[in-house]
Design a protein around this ligand. Structure first.
Ligand code: ADP
Ligand code: MG
Length: 413
């Protein structure tokens, strides 16, 4: 291990203090990384594992990382993806093969996902970043588009703040805005979109909520006839507190992006078992089953391992499935398969695939799951009526979704 250590900080879920939770080192070839919990963290009796699947709290243990160029899964969760990487590549002139850990070091730790941050010092050092206020939403949306299109800044100081907060994942341009004690993830429509994606995302998130599922609240804004934006309430932030979060990719030990060769790990029933393993209640496994069926019905085949997450609920002192986010139907065609397996070796959108492994979600048997499925499909059908008005300004989207709902309900009934 030859690199300089990178220290990992955690905002304590009980009192909000920042502590150094561990230390990360990497070998010279950039293939292997090592993480160790800090003796001071263990001696203080702090008992939160930052990743209970891959980094259990075992005093003295050294955890090696093989994926992501030797970066541990939970640290990779705090790295930017395509969007943030693009910002950092432009800012620092990085090549496209730059290691993930380099992006982690360069991304300002003020807006990192979840409750972890990293830095070179033994003592926690967290940058202060004032997220733009909600009143700035319109300018911020235009600024994001100007960045995408490599145009000069609309608002130079805002541009600086956006470039300084590239750490959130995902491929689409995004930024965080603050509204009172709440933080919202903002995602605009892009010139390359074939349809009004923010409207479709908002509609779907509302549909999920109207069906009784736990979906992140969203708000839709139409800035101009060709520019819309959706914002999604951040479940990992509340005022000055950060909430511990782990991606589905980390829980599954599944590399994303990439990692396709290891597709057997990309699975809903496996994710359900990991939820159980880390102490989430049975209702979260059933909620996951419902989200799987919802994705099948709406045709969201972008349900990859990084579009699922868990968060730590301090009051309950346990991990819980995070609210659903980034649930967007395929805008051009009706998918026949999901990205995660619905049951062992099956990704096809069919009733058989949904029911084959239902016991792994906590159902007594397939019959009990089939009864649940029938009621669930009926609920999705009825709640569509409650939210379809959101699509009225886009008749083609409305037509596509009502048609898809009809066909998929037939297919799954
Ligand atoms: N409501 C939310 N609260 C907290 N984190 C979120 C929320 N929505 C998304 N994220 C995080 O931000 C990442 C990117 O957001 P996402 O909506 O998936 O963007 P994209 O459409 O670019 O994939 C997600 O993988 C997740 O880690
Ligand atoms: Mg996503």
């Amino acid at each position: 291990m030859t690199s300089k250590p990178l220290f990992v900080y955690l905002q304590r879920p009980d009192n909000g203090e920042w502590v150094t939770v561990g230390r990360y080192l990497r070998d010279a070839e950039g293939k292997l990384g090592k993480f160790q919990y800090a003796p001071s963290y263990l001696q203080a009796g702090l008992y939160w594992s930052i990743d209970p699947v891959n980094l259990p709290l075992i005093p003295g243990s050294e955890f090696m990382a093989h994926r992501y160029g030797g970066l541990h899964d939970i640290l990779r969760d705090g790295c930017p993806d395509a969007w943030g990487k693009l910002l950092l590549q432009r800012e620092y002139g990085l090549s496209t093969d730059t290691a993930d850990v380099r992006y982690l070091e360069l991304a300002n730790n003020a807006d990192s996902w979840g409750a972890l941050a990293v830095g070179p010092g033994k003592k926690p050092s967290i940058s202060k970043l004032a997220s733009p206020r909600i009143a700035k939403l319109e300018t911020l949306t235009k600024e994001l588009l100007a960045i995408v299109e490599r145009r000069p800044p609309v608002d130079a100081s805002l541009r600086k703040r956006l470039i300084a907060s590239p750490s959130l994942g995902g491929a689409r341009p995004k930024a965080t805005v603050r509204d009172g004690v709440e933080f919202w993830l903002v995602k605009p429509q892009l010139p390359t979109d074939t349809t009004d994606i923010p409207r479709l995302e908002h509609f779907t998130q509302q549909w999920g909520s109207a069906s009784g599922l736990n979906f992140s609240p969203t708000v839709f804004h139409s800035i101009s006839p060709t520019l819309s934006v959706v914002r999604s309430l951040r479940f990992d932030r509340k005022d000055d507190r950060r909430i511990m979060a782990i991606s589905g990719a980390s829980l599954l030990g599944a590399e994303y992006p990439g990692g396709g060769a290891d597709a057997s790990r990309w699975s809903y029933p496996r994710l359900s078992e990991e939820l159980k393993r880390i102490g989430a209640p049975k209702e979260d496994c059933i909620e996951l089953f419902r989200r799987m069926v919802f994705n099948a019905v709406i045709g969201n085949d972008d349900d990859h391992p990084r579009n699922h997450a868990v968060i730590f609920n301090y009051q309950e002192n346990r991990w819980r499935l995070a609210p659903a986010f980034d649930v967007v139907p395929h805008p051009d065609e009706t998918p026949t398969h999901l990205t995660l397996q619905l049951s062992l070796n099956r990704r096809d959108i069919s009733k058989e695939a949904i029911l084959a492994d239902a016991v792994r979600f906590g159902f007594y048997d397939q019959h009990a799951a089939a009864t649940h499925l029938t009621a669930l499909l009926d609920r999705f059908y009825k709640s569509f009526e409650m939210v379809e008005h959101i699509l009225n300004p886009s008749p083609e989207l409305h037509k596509m979704m009502s048609q898809r709902l009809k066909e998929n309900l037939q297919r799954l009934s």
